[in-house]
Design a protein around this ligand. Structure first.
Ligand SMILES: NC(=O)c1ccc[n+]([C@@H]2O[C@H](COP(=O)([O-])OP(=O)(O)OC[C@H]3O[C@@H](n4cnc5c(N)ncnc54)[C@H](O)[C@@H]3O)[C@@H](O)[C@H]2O)c1
Length: 428
């Protein structure tokens, strides 16, 4: 089978490789010439994806995959399946910027041939496949939707870094705009995936599943954060409460923390609310989670006895440990809350240079003495931090529960944790 994959990013490229390894002939398309060139040389354009380097080299060498810039030409060559994973950028309020997605769909439409199935995997507000994508494909191609070509939505549900393992493990959901289209989409996905393929009834249902999975996590974390704030007031250790609650199979409470960041979990509840603006829980969860950086800063202020004029080191610009991604990172809310309380927020991160931190609008740490620290990201190396790494600090707020609190306490430094009693200095 001839397959075209459009947008060879962290999700699209492993998918193209997976399809090529199953025996199909794949053309991958991306608008970035550097990405296309690297892929054609068998080199992944980004690091950190397990198995990608070997598998990409293999399918490029065998000719099963090749990359090119021209999506329209690739689609016009008569692909049976076109899989599109273009990015959907969002602004600071998580409102979609459709530019890249519209451009990719228009390029596909311009080359579309009768008999092709177009599968979109990008996370979308409910109704986008039917209301925005299929009409453009139909108008530009001049072909009749759900008769001469099919459009399906199949949410990408993988985690970057382990895409191949997730593709093999999680059911692949396919939702169509017609029964015939959905059946065709499911058949095509079944030709290259070992995982179960689940026809789910409609494109809207498939779109909603992805928003349900991610919004569930945001709501669950918000509840964990509320438990943590309650536990703080009562002097209870919330980690022990959650562990105990989850020892019974009906309870799956997530972990509290200083922030919910990244391009997915803080964003997709907003997509959900676009379709259902009156939904109470997604909006409440966003408000609870958005308030956590300020809550953490307030906790630090109380522990230090005031932040006016204090130099506070924020550890971690990335939204989570080990990933060089600052989209909607808690670092911005933490820095802003500290500054509002009169402190100077200084930032360090093992994955970012001082220049990169400045470009994000943050102030890099000058390595001079500080008054306090606040852990924003759970970088693995932070587990090894000692008081000597935070010169001058008398208090550290560990927003991710990653520090060795006893080691800090032994060196005379108080460690504050969200939802847990603080660890007071034990040194004489
Ligand atoms: N990375 C993740 O963990 C993750 C998680 C959840 C959902 N997603 C979904 O996958 C989508 C893509 O994410 P990603 O991480 O692969 O993005 P990415 O930033 O790694 O890659 C996007 C690629 O698309 C290319 N591109 C942009 N416009 C294009 C166009 N018009 N035609 C062809 N190529 C184009 C870019 O050059 C880039 O190579 C997201 O919008 C989201 O819906 C990703």
């Amino acid at each position: 089978m001839q397959v075209v994959v459009v947008a060879l990013g962290k999700i699209g490229l492993p998918l193209a490789v997976k399809i090529a390894r199953s025996g199909h002939s794949v053309v991958g398309c991306d608008i970035n010439p550097e990405v296309v060139e690297l892929i054609n040389r068998g080199q992944p354009p980004f690091p950190g994806e397990a198995e990608l380097e070997e598998s990409l080299a293999e399918v490029i060498a065998s000719g099963a995959l090749r990359a090119q810039l021209d999506t329209t030409a690739a689609v016009a060559a008569g692909a049976e399946l076109v899989v599109a994973v273009p990015p959907l950028a969002v602004d600071a309020q998580a409102q979609p910027d459709w530019t890249a997605l519209d451009a990719a769909i228009a390029a596909i439409g311009a080359g579309l041939q009768a008999g092709t199935t177009v599968a979109v995997e990008t996370t979308l507000p409910v109704g986008t496949t039917r209301g925005r994508i299929a009409p453009v494909l139909e108008a530009i191609s001049g072909l009749k939707a759900e008769q001469e070509f099919f459009t399906v939505f199949s949410p990408e549900r993988v985690y970057s870094g382990r895409v191949f393992a997730d593709l093999a493990a999680y059911p692949k959901l396919v939702g169509g705009l017609s029964d015939a289209g959905e059946a065709r989409g499911a058949e095509l996905y079944g030709s290259f995936l070992e995982a179960d393929v689940w026809p789910i009834g409609s494109a809207e249902a498939a779109e909603m599943v992805k928003l349900a999975e991610t919004t569930y996590r945001d709501i669950n974390i918000a509840f964990a954060n509320e438990l943590a704030r309650f536990a703080d007031r009562e002097g209870i250790d919330v980690a022990r409460v959650i562990e105990a609650a989850n020892s019974q199979p009906f309870s799956h409470v997530h972990s509290p923390g200083i922030a919910v960041g990244g391009h997915c979990i803080p964003v997709y509840p907003r997509f959900y609310l676009e379709g259902d603006p009156d939904a109470a829980l997604p909006a409440a969860a966003r408000a609870v989670n958005d308030a956590m950086p300020a809550y953490a800063a307030k906790r630090l202020e109380n522990a230090l006895g005031g932040l006016q004029g204090a130099r506070v080191l924020v550890l971690g610009a990335a939204y989570r440990g080990g990933v060089k991604e600052a989209a909607f990172s808690g670092v911005f809310g933490v820095a802003e809350a500290l500054e509002t309380l009169g402190a100077t927020a200084l930032v360090s991160d093992p994955l970012y240079s001082d220049g990169e931190l400045t470009a994000l609008g943050l102030t890099p740490w000058d390595r001079e003495a500080i008054d306090a620290g606040i852990v924003q990201a759970d970088h693995a190396e932070y587990a090894q931090l000692t008081a000597a790494d935070l010169p001058g600090a008398s208090v550290v707020l560990d927003g991710r529960g990653i520090l060795d609190a006893a080691a800090f306490a032994a060196a005379g430094v108080t460690v504050e944790r969200i939802g847990r009693p603080s660890t007071k200095p034990t040194a004489s």
